[in-house]
Design a protein around this ligand. Structure first.
Ligand SMILES: [Zn+2]
Length: 297
């Protein structure tokens, strides 16, 4: 099956990401936490030998397969790019957030932590109950030397000011799934405390101030898509969470291989997003795929 991207590339309809925007500095030697970007909303957060993976999506099936066929996790790529995981956190159950997580948990023995909707996807994939941690959020879940907490949020609006594939996953969907089988379900912003560093991950452009009261962070992984449809999105996120550094994510067209230079999702303006972050006096770090950033307290 040929991917759609050569057509897209030739079409001239989409822009490539400008590599000049990337943070290229090596990880500082005194980093307390290391954060690796996987493309889409995917990150690996690690401290010493404890590894938390958020929204892994390295399979990235092509456009035609995504739209019309079954979505099959690429176990070789998962093994290659994600050799270790202790906990895998899911922000919501859309395919570009959940598809690879059950296979990653199967390969590594990691726990799969997410909403009932996300856990039903893991059940469909055959992951045993002993590896599932189902949460409705607002609870601290111990994770290695730290903890994680799902903070209830909602799915941001994206194209045409609409929420794509809304709804819940009440029972395990067909497996392998089609894109329409994977509704977003309950959406979380994730809060992590690891190595004395606080990380918040927002994988869809929405956040609720009342849910985030008292939550502040050092590093904020902030979704770019949908930013234009959520008034005050960047300013609100930074005002409430007071991060020292923001890592923009979910700016890439997710139907091209992780090994290729990425295209931008239509309508996503990364330089504008970076300017907005910097206008608040906060550092912005745009990582290339598989790029790594180290945060020191
Ligand atoms: Zn989504």
């Amino acid at each position: 099956m040929r991917r759609l991207y050569p057509f897209i590339e030739r079409s001239g309809l989409l822009d490539r990401m400008d590599p000049a925007l990337y943070h290229r500095e090596p990880v500082r030697a005194d980093a307390d936490v290391r954060i690796r970007y996987l493309g889409t909303a995917g990150f690996v957060v690690s401290v010493r030998d404890h590894t938390i993976v958020l929204d892994p999506y390295v399979s990235r099936p092509g456009g035609r397969q995504t739209l019309f066929r079954h979505l099959i996790p690429d176990s070789d790529r998962i093994r290659r790019y994600l050799p270790a995981a202790d906990d895998v956190l899911i922000g919501h159950a859309h395919h570009d957030h959940v598809l690879d997580a059950p296979e990653l948990c199967r390969q590594t023995g990691a726990r799969f932590i997410g909403s009932r909707d996300a856990c039903n996807v893991a059940r469909a994939a055959g992951l045993p109950e002993s590896q599932l941690v189902e949460t409705a959020g607002r609870e601290d879940i111990p994770s290695g030397p730290g903890m994680v907490r799902g903070i209830p949020s909602a799915h941001g609006r994206v194209y045409f000011n609409r929420v794509a594939l809304a709804g819940n996953i009440e029972k395990p969907p067909p497996w392998p799934p089609k894109v329409g089988d994977l509704r977003h379900g309950l959406v979380f912003n994730w809060y992590l405390e690891l190595g004395g560093v606080r990380v918040v991950h927002i994988d869809s452009a929405e956040l609720f101030e009342h849910e985030l009261s008292g939550v502040e962070c050092d590093v904020l992984c902030l979704c770019a898509i949908g930013r234009a449809y959520r008034p005050g999105y960047t300013e609100d996120a930074i005002r409430i969470l007071k991060p020292k550094v923001v890592l923009p994510c979910h700016w890439d067209l997710f139907t091209t291989p992780i090994e290729d230079e990425p295209f931008l999702l239509p309508g996503v303006d990364v330089p504008g997003f970076v300017d907005e972050i910097r206008a608040t006096g906060t550092e912005s770090v745009v990582l290339p795929f598989l790029g790594e950033y180290g945060y020191a307290r």
